[in-house]
Design a protein around this ligand. Structure first.
Ligand code: ZN
Length: 288
C-alpha cells in the first residue's frame, strides 16, 4: 500500500458507555457529537466512528438520532463516516443494519464474532447475522471495519472473504482491552498482526487501539509498526492519569504531535478514501 508515511486517525467520540457522570465532556446528543466531530476534523482526524444515545443517554440504534448526527456532520465537513452496527446489547439484527443501509456512510463497524462481555452478558454476533451484514454492506457500498476482539475473529473474516462475501482487501481494527477479549498488550497486537500477514500477505490494512490505560502503549506500538490508530472517549476518557480529557480533539492533537515526531502525518479524509478504497458503491468482491 502506498502512502506509508500517512496514518489514518479514527476518532470515536461517544461510544456506548461513558455517561455524563463518568465525564461531563462526553458528547451525547447529535448536536454535541457533531460539534465534537467537527472540532476533531479541524484538528486533523480522518474518520469519525459514530454511536448515538437515546434521550436518557443510553446506547441506541435509533435511526433518527443517527440521521441527525450524520446530517449535521456532513453539512460541515468531509470527514469519513463510520457508523457502528453495535450500539447496545440485545438489539435486533435488522435494527443494527438500518443506519448504514439508510444513511450510506462510507464505512461501518463489523464485529467479527461473539464473545462474553464483562463476565455478565453475551456480545452476540451470530453467523447468521454476520453473513447478512457482509452481504448488505457490500450491496450498500459500505466498507466494513472488522473489529477484532480476539484472534479467532480474524479467521471468521477470512471465512467470509473465501466465500466471496467481502471485499478483497479487508480493513481490521484491533480492539484490545475489552472485558472478555484480548488484553491491551503489545504481544496481543503482534499476534493479530502476524496472523493477518500469514493469511493475507500485504493484502490488508489495519488499525489498533487499547481501551482505558492500554490506550497509549497500544497507540505508540501501532504507530511504530506502521499501523493506523483510533482515539476517543468511546475507548478512554482520561488524557492522563487522573485527568479527564476535556474534548476528543485533545486526543487528536496529541496523536498528531506523536505522528509528526515519527516523521509521518495524518491522512486527510481524501487520502483515507484512496488508501482504503472507499467507493461509496458496491466494491470488488474477493472471489468475484
Ligand atoms: Zn464503537
Amino acid at each position: 500500500m502506498d502512502n506509508t508515511d500517512k496514518v489514518i486517525l479514527t476518532v470515536a467520540c461517544t461510544g456506548a458507555w461513558p455517561k455524563k457522570s463518568d465525564t461531563p465532556y462526553v458528547p451525547l446528543t447529535p448536536q454535541e457529537e457533531a460539534d465534537d466531530i467537527v472540532r476533531c476534523w479541524e484538528a486533523g482526524a480522518s474518520i469519525a466512528h459514530i454511536h448515538v444515545r437515546d434521550d436518557a443517554g443510553n446506547p441506541s440504534m435509533n435511526l433518527d438520532k443517527f440521521a441527525q448526527t450524520v446530517d449535521l456532520v456532513r453539512s460541515r465537513c468531509d470527514i469519513v463516516l463510520n457508523l457502528t452496527t453495535s450500539g447496545g446489547l440485545g438489539v435486533l439484527d435488522d435494527e443494527r443494519m438500518k443506519p448504514f443501509q439508510a444513511l450510506r456512510p462510507e464505512m461501518a463497524s463489523f464485529d467479527a464474532g461473539t464473545m462474553n462481555w464483562a463476565h455478565t452478558t453475551v456480545f452476540e454476533n451470530s453467523p447468521k447475522f454476520l453473513e447478512k451484514l457482509a452481504v448488505s454492506m457490500n450491496e450498500c457500498g459500505v466498507k466494513p471495519e472488522f473489529e477484532i476482539f480476539d484472534a479467532g475473529m480474524i479467521h471468521n473474516v477470512l471465512h467470509y472473504r473465501k466465500k466471496g462475501l467481502i471485499q478483497d482487501v479487508p480493513h481490521f481494527q484491533f480492539v484490545l482491552g475489552a472485558p472478555g477479549g484480548l488484553p491491551a498488550e503489545v504481544k496481543s497486537m503482534m499476534f493479530l498482526l502476524e496472523t493477518c500477514k500469514e493469511n493475507l500477505g500485504s493484502n490488508f490494512t489495519w488499525s489498533a487501539f487499547g481501551i482505558g490505560r492500554g490506550h497509549l502503549p497500544i497507540l505508540f506500538a501501532a504507530l511504530s509498526l506502521g499501523g493506523h490508530v483510533r482515539v476517543g472517549m468511546e475507548d478512554n476518557i482520561f488524557y492522563r492519569k487522573g485527568q479527564l480529557a476535556k474534548s476528543n480533539a485533545e486526543f487528536v492533537e496529541r496523536t498528531k504531535r506523536t505522528v509528526a515526531e515519527l516523521e509521518k502525518s495524518i491522512a486527510t479524509p481524501e487520502e483515507t478514501r484512496s488508501m482504503l478504497g472507499l467507493q461509496g458503491s458496491p466494491g470488488k468482491l474477493a472471489n468475484a
